[in-house]
Design a protein around this ligand. Sequence first.
Ligand code: FE2
Ligand code: FE2
Length: 290
Amino acid sequence: MNAITLPTPTDLTITPRDRRFGRDSATPRLWHGGRVEATAIYNALSSTFPIGEAYFVESVRAFRAGTPPKLNEEIKAFTTQEVIHSREHDAFNKRATDAGYDLTKLEARVEQRMAIARARAPIANVAATMALEHFTAILAHQLLANPRHLEGADPEAAALWRWHSCEEIEHKGVAYDTWLWATRDWPRFKRWKVKAKIMLYVTRNFLVDRTGGALELMRQDGVTGFRAWRLLLTYLWVRPAMFRKIAGAWFKYFLPGFHPWNEDDRHLLAAYDAGAKGAPEPKRKVRRAA
Ligand SMILES: [Fe+2]
Ligand SMILES: [Fe+2]
């Protein structure tokens, strides 16, 4: 069976934006508005990207041969984008290290997760990638749609996160379409069951590991115990509440007929690209568009 409809918009072109951030000056240690918990959670996320994104690329590319031409091209562009993201987050992580943070424990944790994942079947790795790409896409949407998340952040660091978010939205259908293609002969229920099970597994690890990673970095800033938990959980779940605000989009993953492009949020890309071309920062415009 070869005929399959992939729901990614036919007029979507994935365009890598090869940009560099923060090379000319040091990033302040508490780059996120001087806030320990805000800096910690973004640094914890960033510490996972170079290792994690290499894994995403490897997982998807294992199924590239024989895919329809459009998907084949998209996998190529996805690869380019993720490789450049890794380069920029690697540089960002080095700046965090220069500022005095030790990311080795966080990176070791990701390596450990990847080793467990790589021992599994290639299709399970595509399913894990698809789940994590859904995570990054809904985080990215929230980050671009709601300027509060980067309020007070160092401008170069904020620019890095906006750029990454934009490209995560742009390629959000690639791992999903690769999965649809690779499992095209599977019964529907089996597809749903594997997809749902792996999403639950990945979500648990994501929440545990990123929270643990952020707490470790806060400890390095001398914030520990109840105070650290209170600051971090308030930041993630109460205000600006990134995790709470993506909960609805996370649930949609389990609905029949889900596809990342059921939510067409290309207006966020258009606003980002308009802002990046030298027009005024798209903050206000994006706030209304959301
Ligand atoms: Fe990325
Ligand atoms: Fe991605």
